[in-house]
Design a protein around this ligand. Structure first.
Ligand code: TXA
Ligand code: MG
Length: 353
């Protein structure tokens, strides 16, 4: 039986956190809000508890978990060596949506890191997450609290939709403020490699590091995967999504044309996951629209992205149309999630030579 415990996102009740912390310490599963998405937490140093995460999610054992801490001074408990660079980045970005890959401390069970010699660590910037980790008094392993391969959850209801019954407690603090997962930076490679774009924009990392950051390519096969989040399809909705991926004017127009053709010509039920600028015109076609907010407000678009995808998926249209919103700032993480969700990626025709 899953219990849902409401908590205030800014000032969570200490007694509720203490009870949830005790569930974690005893080997239970607690889903909790972070600033990015809801996580499915377990005692990171307890292999049996960690195993329950994989079972609940249906997650393959080769996909490692992020370890969540409340305090940078706990880093040496989970990483056997902490480079100066990690401290520098931590000073600037922790707590926050930045995950660092570091050499694994032997205290971290192999199940957490999928047998790797590295461990991914982050300090979430959410009062409920921080309070829970402190109350538990142990590092907390937590993937996103969705079924493996499904869209990440940004509300407690999303968690229940995917994992109801499989989790002991869900701490419900309302929707998460960032909406896309953390940026993952691998510090065990020199120079550091961006494994997953996320809530901390690449530009901010580059400014802090004083050098360009290389983005790991999409892995072609599971064997090459460094962060299995890099698998080409990872955030797949249950309805085919066609992504218009290219310059704004082309993408808007191509999406519109396709919507018109499918609705008028073929009588299909079309849904669209688009910025506000596109919404009115599409609605006039009878398209069901999930409004992501103004295109100029990338934070709003990121926050609305996964909930919009889930809402459209629940309406079971024939197809979901979406478009990218550039690659600057949070646009890169948004484009990355949309590409992984897409059954088909459409790009503008190459200019003729
Ligand atoms: O924002 C987030 O990061 C959320 C919240 C809950 O913290 N968590 C999250 O976890 O997105 P998950 O498990 O859904 O994605 C973590 C990614 C996976 O793609 C995993 O492969 C990668 O991190 N990862 C974990 N440990 C790693 C390691 N040692 N080396 C490389 N990649 C790693
Ligand atoms: Mg995930």
């Amino acid at each position: 039986m899953t219990q849902v415990w409401p908590v205030d996102p800014q000032q969570p009740d200490p007694q509720t956190l203490a009870r949830a912390g005790a569930v974690l310490r005893a080997g239970g599963l607690v889903a909790f809000p972070t600033e990015t998405v809801y996580g499915l937490g377990a005692h990171a140093l307890d292999p049996a508890a960690v195993a329950r995460i994989f079972t609940a999610k249906g997650r393959p054992a080769h996909d490692p978990l992020i370890v969540h801490l409340a305090d940078p001074t706990d880093l040496p408990r989970v990483a056997r060596q902490v480079p100066d660079l990690a401290w520098r980045l931590w000073e600037r970005f922790a707590p926050g949506p930045l995950t660092l890959v570091l050499p694994r401390h032997p205290a971290v069970p192999a199940a957490v890191t999928a047998g790797r010699d590295t461990v991914a660590v982050r300090i979430p910037a959410h009062p409920v997450a921080l309070g829970l980790i402190r109350a538990a008094g142990v590092p907390v392993a937590a993937p996103s609290a969705n079924k493996f391969g499904h869209t990440s959850p940004t509300t407690a209801q999303h968690v229940l939709d995917d994992l109801g019954g499989a989790v002991d407690v869900v701490l419900d603090a309302g929707p998460t403020p960032v909406g896309v997962e953390s940026t993952i930076l691998d510090l065990t490679q020199d120079p550091p490699v961006l494994l997953r774009p996320g809530g901390v924009p690449r530009e901010a990392l580059e400014a802090a590091l004083g050098q360009p950051v290389r983005l790991a390519g999409t892995a072609a096969t599971a064997a090459e995967v460094r962060a299995p989040g890099m698998l080409p399809r990872h955030y797949a909705p249950r309805v085919p999504l066609w992504l218009f991926d290219g310059p704004r004017d082309w993408a808007r127009e191509a999406l519109w044309q396709t919507a018109a053709q499918l609705t008028r010509g073929q009588g299909q039920r079309v849904a669209a996951l688009v910025p506000r600028e596109d919404a009115v015109r599409l609605r006039s076609l009878g398209v069901q629209v999930a409004d992501l907010g103004p295109e100029t407000d990338l934070e709003a678009v990121a926050r609305a992205l996964f909930a919009g995808l889930r809402a459209l998926e629940a309406a079971a249209p024939d197809v979901i149309l979406a478009r990218t919103v550039g690659e600057a700032d949070l646009g890169l993480a948004i484009a990355d999630r949309l590409r992984r969700a897409a059954a088909q990626v459409l790009r503008p025709p190459a200019p003729r030579a």
